[in-house]
Design a protein around this ligand. Sequence first.
Ligand code: GLN
Length: 181
Amino acid sequence: MKVAVLALQGAFIEHEQVLQRLGVETVEIRQLKDWQQPIDALILPGGESTVQMRLLKELGLLEPIRQAIADGMPVLGTCAGMILLSQGYLGTMHIRVRRNAYGRQLGSFHTTGSVEGIGDDVPMTFIRAPYIEEVLSADCQPIAEVDGHIVAARQGNQIATAFHPELDDDTRLHQLLISLQ
Ligand code: GLN
C-alpha cells in the first residue's frame, strides 16, 4: 500500500519516518501531479492550518483531496491537519474546532491518555494545539478527552487528533490508519 503525506508545510517528515518504520511506502504530496497516482491513505500533518489551506487552494489540491476523503479515503489529520478536516476548512469531518485552544502559555504540553479503539497510555504531545469544541453529527465519535476537552475523533475512515502521534514512540494511530480500507 501507498500512504500519501501532505508535504506543503509543517511536521510531515516525522509522519514519513513512522510509516517507514512500519514498512509502508510513502509519497509526498507537494503539487497536483503528486496526487495523480494510486494512493491508499492520506496524512494531513501539523503545522499552520491557515498556510496549509492557502497552499492547498493555490496548488489546486483542495478540491481533489476533499473529494477523495468524502469518497472514503482513509485519512489521519494531526493538529493543523485536524483543523483542515473540520468545518470551515475541508469540512469533511463533522467537528467544530477551536484553534490555539490552550492559549500561549499552555499551548504545548505532554500527557498520556486512552484513545477508544486504540487503547490506554497513548502518548499525547500538544503543540499550540486545537481541541474539538463540538461533534456535530452522530456518525462522528469523540475517541479521546483530556481535561474535559475532546482531543481526538473518528468519523468512518477519518481520524483526527489534536496531538502529534508522530512525535512519540507509539505507532498505534498510524497502524489504525493503514488498517482502514
Ligand atoms: N496552531 C496551529 C494552527 O492553528 C496548529 C499547531 C500544530 O499543528 N502544531 O494551525
